[in-house]
Design a protein around this ligand. Structure first.
Ligand code: HEM
Length: 181
């Protein structure tokens, strides 16, 4: 089974988790910012009715990904065609993406528990004013950082693909897998 990454390419599981996670995180950013922008409690509830279950899915996927990298799989080696400082920026961007995801998930859960959000979103309780709760500030600040980091991450991938024309983006997709000794 094509279930482990090689030195040169990512496994199908790693590729699936990466792109599924990316789509769900974009949905979270969209529904989160839209909820923040509206004052109408019914519209807020509609956005958060998507936001909360998707966040739980992202929590499961993130823990699954981290668990795989930690115990069961290894990342492919760098392609070796970039200066050392670019390799370092890439490694730290990836680490910081995980840290921010965990901060978003942790602050989101704390915010929901403290404000009783699920009762308002899925039940009949009045919508709380989230800004009254401390984790809301953390959630909002980390979301802005996350958007900046995603832009850097995606921009770098597109730069490799279209300007340097190397395999950085291709190896994070399905298809023939290469291996280096
Ligand atoms: C990767 C995970 C997450 C991302 C990317 C994300 C994204 C966002 C964003 C962008 C906002 C608006 C922030 C702002 O405009 O200042 C937001 C608000 C919010 N999020 Fe999340 N979120 C995540 C996880 C969670 C979790 C796990 C929960 C709860 C279980 C949650 C509950 C909420 C709530 C209640 C709000 C407040 C909405 C409002 O103020 O109208 N989020 N989220």
């Amino acid at each position: 089974m094509d279930n482990n990454s090689t030195n040169a390419s990512y496994s199908r599981t790693a590729v699936t988790l990466h792109w599924l996670g990316a789509i769900l995180i974009l949905i979270l950013l969209g529904t989160g910012f839209r909820s923040d922008m509206t004052l109408n409690p019914e519209a807020k509830a509609t956005f958060l009715r998507i936001h909360l279950p998707v966040a739980v899915a992202v929590l499961v996927l993130t823990l699954w990904r981290l668990g795989r990298w930690w115990r069961f799989d290894q990342k492919p080696a760098p392609l070796g065609n970039a200066p050392a400082w670019q390799e370092a920026v890439a490694i730290w961007t990836h680490r910081l993406l995980y840290v921010l995801l965990l901060v978003m998930l942790g602050s989101g859960i704390a915010l929901s528990v403290m404000s009783g959000a699920p009762d308002a979103i899925f039940g009949t309780a009045p919508m709380p004013d989230f800004l009254e709760y401390a984790p809301r500030a953390v959630h909002g600040f980390a979301a802005t950082l996350l958007v900046a980091l995603i832009a850097l991450h995606a921009g770098a991938a597109l730069f490799h693909h279209f300007v340097k024309r190397d395999a950085t983006l291709r190896r994070m997709w399905f298809g023939k897998r290469a291996s280096v000794p």
